[in-house]
Design a protein around this ligand. Structure first.
Ligand SMILES: Nc1ncnc2c1ncn2[C@@H]1O[C@H](COP(=O)(O)OP(=O)(O)OP(=O)(O)O)[C@@H](O)[C@H]1O
Length: 227
């Protein structure tokens, strides 16, 4: 299987002098094309920090991050911005949609930020996530689960290699949570997207190909959950 993301021995420290917080401590993680990896762990354990280095939002203090064979550490901010736009999709807790835009326009928006080599067709993608009948709706006319589907579709419209998902079920009931994470698994498998999902939701872990736990900045196999 093709490795899309390869994090090697990454540490991330915040602050300086006496106030140093080690948010990531010697973390290594490979994620393959088509794989959905869940990261669980207590609050403050470093999950968001892991998404930040995987998403080229922050460089690790030590160690390396490679995406599609390119070493991100040492690239200039402008190059990192281009890589984020072209190769990485982000999905947030509550969809983070633009209030004034219809569903189909939410998907068109990322295609207006710069040239996209091989975009998905927004209407086809809406249909794939089961939302074609709500193409003209604005976010306030959608349920939480529907907004999350649109957020996922928007993140996929540029055909990213890597999808980073932060607590996608935080605002959803159990049934909608299942549907949203099942959709993430389907999309990752069908389109060869390497997906990392941070979650507190034990009930959705069975949709994931691997579950890892972050504890005090260190990443390892799950020891405290039943998954
Ligand atoms: N910009 C920053 N400056 C200083 N410390 C930070 C900064 N960002 C994060 N931290 C610290 O790094 C550690 C890891 O934080 P992180 O946000 O990655 O945890 P998390 O597992 O995502 O938490 P949560 O589940 O609450 O979102 C925490 O101790 C946090 O206080």
């Amino acid at each position: 299987m093709t490795t899309v993301l390869s994090i090697k021995n990454a540490s991330l420290e915040h602050g300086d002098g006496d106030e140093i917080v080690r948010a990531l401590d010697d973390v290594s993680l490979d994620v393959a094309a088509g794989e959905l990896v869940a990261i669980v762990g207590p609050s403050g354990s470093g999950k968001s920090s892991l998404l930040a280095i995987a998403g080229a939002l922050t460089s690790p203090t030590t160690g390396s991050v490679r995406l599609g064979g390119t070493d991100l550490t040492g690239l200039k901010p402008k190059e990192l911005t281009r890589i984020r736009r072209e190769q990485i999709g982000f999905v947030f807790q509550s969809g983070n949609l633009v209030p004034a835009l219809t569903s189909v326009d939410q998907l068109r928006l990322p295609l207006t930020f710069g040239k996209v080599a091989d975009p998905r067709d927004p209407l086809e993608l809406l249909a794939e996530v089961g939302m074609e009948h709500k193409a003209k709706r604005r976010p306030h006319e959608l349920s939480g689960g529907e907004r999350q589907r649109i957020g996922i579709a928007r993140a996929l419209v540029t055909r990213p290699r890597l999808l980073l998902v932060d607590e996608p079920t935080a605002a959803l009931d159990r049934k909608r949570s299942q549907e949203v994470v099942a959709l993430l698994a389907e999309e990752s498998h069908a389109h060869g997207v390497a997906t990392i999902m941070v979650t507190h939701d034990q009930d959705v872990l069975h949709h994931c190909d691997r579950v890892l736990e972050m504890v005090d900045g260190r990443l390892g196999p799950v020891v405290t959950t039943s998954a």
